[in-house]
Design a protein around this ligand. Structure first.
Ligand code: NOJ
Length: 577
């Protein structure tokens, strides 16, 4: 017998909310926390919406779009850094942590944006960049001025008379060298990132207190959380011993989670997190599960949530193994099934576009595969982080030449390849697929000039496909990626099983279909995702229990006895009896 369930969803998501678990003291009860229930939308402010025509997105631009953001059904925003900065690394080089970058507006603009978010029930997570500052921060200017300056120990200095310090790898330096000689005091300073991002010295209690005071300043303003940029690198052995030769390739092994880090996190928790209703998420999750747990286990009083990179690195230009993809997510899930909490993401401002890396951005499959990937992100256990533009299925821009890039990592990486006589062509090919600028092109609001992101010249070109891929067009189309995204956020908010429910992977070895069950109490949801561009079938005993289809990015689902056949990139969520 051939059964065909036909279900086409036309409804546009309606704002709703998983009931708050807080008691009147503002303390979380049971295991429930707002940040576990959150759906985070990440905004790269430079690229979101430009309100003043200078070609750079700004805070007022975000405020103008708060209704759009709310209507996505997300519940929190993670904002990339908006502090004063000379923009060597687009705001990840902070020159004043208590001020707003001139390109982005004023503190008044910020206060209005925060108020507007809170009025709409949206929380705000700030990016704290305190592994390093800008070399234009007043601390660094003082620090470099002389060896006996009171700010000297805010940074890591190595006196040149001791000889050249042992090699340290820099991620953004054109020679890969993290030590920069400064003739002013005849010493080297340390910079794990660019030469304009000197590393702060966390061994210095005065520096630590300055940072906690800065965090309190923002917490007092009412922000709801902090994302700690590169913080797992903050603790260092300040004798700077020699590291093995594989440092450049395996720097995380030598840089992450060094002695002292937990002391700093506990102190930060004690001074900041415990005093406010704020969430905290690290960038990175240590080097193994044990370290990841040590960061986030509730009884250790450090951070709330881990943000692990294993899955974000799976996609390759030549494709990736779906079995491996499932294995990575399932391994992390099982390590955190009893204790701790994870973030779920596949894209952010350091990655190329979701659909171009993990899906299929060809005209035939872009819409379907973007919907499938968003279905995945919004149906897993862990807090989903959705990157601006991925709700539309925005794609990589695919620059051809190095002069088109603005990202310091791409530009200095290119110089490094040139200096070392490497393969420039291969480097450009890899950038075209994976560069960070692919994920930073301006938000596509409509099909007019510059996608209506700016009335000026955008700081980074707008993707030409904005004529077709844009908010305005997708708003009107019930079958768009955008409206599918809204249906998914609604489904997640209304189904605690998708938040707190267990996760059970079905058929780990199936080469193209990712199938799993989320279950809480008597509620069971079956998620079926076809990660391939061909029809794929799966035999499941659960088939007979399928009750109601909640989400389907295709018109129907073909079931024959126990065999379900999914069309290319089909994504289905159904309830089971
Ligand atoms: C990680 C951030 O996500 C990235 O964008 C930045 O370049 C580095 N940290 C340095 O702050």
């Amino acid at each position: 017998m051939k059964l065909i369930f036909i279900y086409i969803v036309f409804t546009i998501g309606i704002w709703g909310c998983v009931e708050s678990s807080k008691n009147r003291n503002g303390k979380a009860s049971d295991d429930k926390e707002w940040w576990k229930e959150a759906i985070v939308y990440q905004i790269y402010p430079r690229s979101f919406n430009d309100s003043d025509g200078d070609g750079i997105g700004d805070i007022k631009g975000i405020t103008e779009k708060l209704d759009y953001i709310r209507h996505l059904g997300i519940t929190a925003v993670w904002l990339n850094p908006i502090y004063s900065s000379p923009n060597d690394d687009n705001g990840y080089d902070v020159s004043d942590y208590r001020n707003i970058m001139a390109d982005f507006g004023t503190m008044e603009d910020f206060d209005q944006m925060l108020e507007g978010m809170h009025e709409r029930g949206i929380k705000l997570i700030m990016d704290m960049v305190v592994n390093h500052s800008s070399d234009e921060h007043k601390w660094f200017k003082q620090s470099r001025s002389s060896r006996d300056n009171p700010y000297r120990n805010y940074y890591h200095w190595w006196p040149a008379e001791k000889g050249k310090p042992h090699h340290r790898y820099s991620l953004f330096d054109e020679k890969g060298d993290a030590w920069k000689y400064d003739s002013l005091s005849n010493a080297y300073y340390l910079h794990y990132f660019s030469v304009k991002q000197p590393d702060l010295n966390w061994e210095n209690p005065k520096l630590r207190q300055e940072v906690y005071d800065i965090m309190k300043f923002w917490a007092e303003k009412g922000v709801d959380g902090f994302r700690l940029d590169a913080f797992q690198f903050a603790a260092k052995d300040t004798t700077f011993p020699a590291f093995p030769d594989d440092l450049d390739k395996n720097f995380i092994q030598y840089y992450a989670m060094q002695e002292g880090l937990h002391t700093y996190l506990k102190e930060m928790n004690e001074q900041v997190f415990s005093k406010y209703d704020v969430m905290s998420v690290a960038e990175g999750a240590g080097r193994n599960f044990k370290e990841a747990h040590e960061l986030v286990d509730a009884n250790r009083n450090e951070l709330n949530m881990a943000y692990a990179f294993d899955a974000a690195d799976i996609a390759k230009p030549e494709g990736y193994s779906v079995v491996h993809f499932k294995e990575v997510f399932s391994r992390w899930d099982s390590a955190f099934s009893e204790k701790g909490w994870l973030s779920i993401f596949l894209s952010n401002h350091d990655q190329a576009r979701l659909v171009s890396r993990y899906g299929n951005d060809s005209p035939e499959f872009r819409v379907l595969s973007a919907k499938m990937l968003n279905t995945f992100l919004l149906s897993m256990r862990g807090t989903p982080y959705c990157y601006y533009g991925d709700e539309l299925g925005m794609t990589n821009i695919g620059f051809e030449t190095i002069d088109q890039y603005r990202d310091i990592s791409a530009i200095n990486g290119y110089k490094k390849v040139l200096l070392s006589g490497g393969n420039v062509k291969a480097y450009l090919t890899s950038l075209k697929f994976g560069s960070r600028d692919n994920g930073r092109t301006p938000m596509q609001w409509d099909g007019t000039a510059n996608a209506n992101f700016t009335t000026g010249k955008p700081w980074l070109p707008v993707n030409k496909n904005h004529i077709e891929i844009n908010v305005k067009t997708e708003e009107l189309n019930p079958r768009s990626v955008l409206n599918h995204f809204r249906r998914m956020t609604k489904l997640r908010r209304e189904n605690p099983a998708l938040i707190y429910g267990s996760y059970k992977l079905l058929q780990p070895e199936h080469p193209t279909i990712y199938a799993y069950i989320r279950e809480l109490g008597n509620k069971k949801l079956l998620v079926l995702l076809n990660f391939s561009s061909s029809d794929s079938s799966i035999n499941l005993v659960e088939t007979s229990k399928i009750n109601h289809i909640k989400i389907n990015n295709a018109d129907d689902m073909i079931i024959e006895n126990n065999k379900i056949t999914l069309t290319p990139y089909q994504a289905v969520i159904c309830t089971l009896d």
